[in-house]
Each structure stands twice: as structure tokens, then as C-alpha cells.
Design a protein around this ligand. Structure first.
Ligand code: PHE
Length: 345
């Protein structure tokens, strides 16, 4: 009886070793362990036979049983380690191709106009100006009346201005100058602001788009003069183009300034020598400027005896096309990627 039992123990161990070799993962190994050593495992059950043995045989069987159980446990441990090592080796043997091209994300570009606008804002902030905003849809009061533009002025003509609702006197702003009014109605002097944004006129040809962009500058304080205006423009142009360029005024008329001027800058491409960009003149016409008209101050509740001020305005699109050598202004608004992709930073 005892011999038969120990032979069975040996047989269990032999079978276990064969099966353990076939096991390929930890879960299967655990399952195998349960089948042999679990509560109802085949080896565990053999121990139940001990009671049938003669007392003299029990000790020997007990030792044999324990030896078998230990051998199985060791075999399990050995197999577990072997499996871990095999998994590590497999992991180390993996080879990634580091030279393989990945799908690079397609980056967009900053629109040349946006870049120009941000650069203008940066320079004017540096010169001590606040950047403010105004609505695109504007009341005639701010777009024309308060700017001293008379009711019969040709700029108000249906030919020049988009009227949103003729009877309500609402227009798409034709310039950024109404932001002067909005600012003065809200703030007390000293005022130093620039306003940048979209404006609308009924124009459409290679050098005029019905929608374009302007920057407006306004400075109001005690005793500010045309000399401050010129100095500011001079400093601005120097910082923007990164070189010393002359600024000149030519007498001109805008109803909301007196005296009024158009201003030119020395051509940044030839420094006044004459080139294609400046059409051999050495100068580039930039925009309008002048001292704030007393009627404008009065419309905003400022005392024209107590303060003086100046304003300027010019086209951002012209500035951007100048900088980038863009011949047709309308390319800026077509949204053609072949054009826009040329402006990678
Ligand atoms: N608003 C004027 C224009 O659109 C420009 C300008 C601004 C002129 C400020 C004088 C002062 O042409």
C-alpha cells in the first residue's frame, strides 16, 4: 500500500514537470498549481490516503508527500522565473526603427496681416499707447457727425459707404477714426491710444479692397503739438522698420483735424534713393494726420481751450504688402493656402 502511494506521488511529480514545461504564462501556471496542490488538487488528495496506512508506514509516507510537494513548489517557482526572463528577453530584443519618418503635423501659419498688426501693437505699446477696440458696425454719429464730417460730405455717399440700415443711420465704419470719439467719451485726458481693425468702403480694384484695415492713433493732453506727432511717427517708423527713416508732412484736409496733413516715410527699401517700391520718389505715402479739430473736442465734451491733441491713421494692409512685396492687395483676403504658406516664420 505504501509503495503504491509513493509510486503515485512520483508519477504526479513527473507529470507535473512535463506539464509545467508546456505552460507559457503566469495565469496558466497558476491554474496548473491549483490542479495539483489546490484543495482538491491531485497531490493534495493523495494525502487523504494516509489514514489507510499502517501507523508504522505513515511517517515515511508523510516525508515522501512533503518532498513531492516541495519539489512541485520549486518547479513552479523555477518556471515562473523562466517565464519572467523570457518576457524580458523578448522585450529587449524588440527593435524600433528610429529613422522611420513619422506623420509631421501640418502647422498653420500666422496671416501676414495678423503679424503686421501684432508688430504695430507691440511698437505702440512700447511707446506708451494703450491698444483699444471699437465696433465694425458703427453709428453715423461717431463715424461722421462727431468727427466734424458735414451731412453733405461725399464720403457719406452711398457710393463710398456701406449703409447697414439707411433710416437708422447705421454704417459699416469707413475708418477707425470713430474710435477717437468713443475713447474721448469714455476717458479723460491724458489719452494715448491706438485702435486697429477692419474698415469698409465701396472700393474694389487691385489696390483697393472693400474690406481693409487701419490703425488709428490718438493723443490728447495739455500742450501737445504737431512736433510731438511727428516725433512719435518718427520713433514708430524707426522701431517698426529697424532703421532711421525720415517722416514728412504734406498739407492736406480731413474735417476732423486742423491743421491736417498727409504723411510719408522715407522708403525703407532704398532709404530714399528711389526704387520700384517707392516708384523712384524715395518716399512712401502712409496716411493722414493732424491736430484734433476743436469741434471734435466739443462733441466729446473736452474743452478745446484746455487741451490739445493729435491723431493719425493709416492702412495696415498697405503696410503688410509693402513689407512682403505683395502686388495685389486682394491676395491678402482670398485665403489661398499657396499664398499663405509663403509666410512661414
Ligand atoms: N481717418 C482718415 C482716413 O481714413 C485718416 C486720418 C486719421 C486722418 C486721423 C487724420 C487723422 O483716411
Amino acid at each position: 500500500m505504501s509503495e503504491e502511494l509513493s509510486a503515485q506521488l512520483d508519477e504526479e511529480l513527473r507529470r507535473f514537470r512535463i506539464e509545467a514545461q508546456a505552460v507559457q504564462d503566469a495565469a496558466a501556471l497558476y491554474e496548473l498549481q491549483v490542479r495539483y496542490l489546490g484543495k482538491k488538487g491531485t497531490v493534495t488528495q493523495l494525502r487523504g490516503q494516509m489514514g489507510k496506512l499502517a501507523p508504522a508506514e505513515r511517517k515515511a509516507f508523510g516525508q515522501a508527500f512533503n518532498a513531492t510537494k516541495e519539489a512541485i513548489e520549486q518547479a513552479i517557482e523555477a518556471r515562473r522565473e523562466a517565464l519572467v526572463l523570457a518576457a524580458k528577453a523578448e522585450d529587449l530584443a524588440r527593435r524600433e526603427d528610429l529613422t522611420m519618418a513619422t506623420q509631421a503635423p501640418r502647422l498653420g501659419t500666422i496671416h501676414p496681416l495678423t503679424r503686421t498688426r501684432r508688430e504695430l501693437e507691440r511698437v505702440f505699446r512700447m511707446l506708451g499707447f494703450d491698444v483699444v477696440d471699437g465696433p465694425h458696425i458703427e453709428h453715423e454719429q461717431y463715424n461722421f457727425d462727431d468727427l466734424n464730417i458735414p451731412a453733405n460730405h461725399p464720403a457719406r455717399d452711398m457710393q463710398d459707404t456701406f449703409f447697414v440700415e439707411a433710416r437708422e443711420r447705421v454704417v459699416l465704419r469707413t475708418h477707425t477714426s470713430p474710435v477717437q470719439i468713443r475713447t474721448m467719451l469714455q476717458r479723460r485726458p491724458p489719452v494715448r491710444i491706438v485702435a486697429l481693425g477692419t474698415v469698409f468702403r465701396r472700393d474694389d480694384d487691385p489696390t483697393h479692397s472693400p474690406m481693409f484695415h487701419q490703425i488709428e492713433g490718438l493723443c490728447v493732453d495739455e500742450r501737445v503739438s504737431m512736433a510731438d506727432l511727428k516725433a512719435t511717427l518718427y520713433r514708430f517708423v524707426g522701431a517698426f522698420f529697424g532703421q532711421r527713416l525720415e517722416v514728412r508732412f504734406r498739407p492736406s484736409f480731413f474735417p476732423f483735424v486742423e491743421p491736417g496733413a498727409e504723411f510719408d516715410i522715407q522708403c525703407p527699401f532704398c532709404r530714399g534713393q528711389g526704387c520700384d517700391v517707392c516708384k523712384r520718389s524715395g518716399w512712401i505715402e502712409l496716411g493722414g494726420a493732424g491736430m484734433i479739430h476743436p469741434a471734435v473736442f466739443e462733441a466729446c465734451g473736452y474743452d478745446p481751450e484746455a487741451v490739445t491733441g493729435w491723431a493719425f491713421g493709416f492702412g495696415i494692409d498697405r503696410m503688410a504688402s509693402l513689407l512682403h512685396g505683395i502686388r495685389d492687395l486682394r491676395l491678402l483676403f482670398d485665403g489661398d493656402v499657396r499664398f499663405l504658406e509663403q509666410f512661414r516664420c
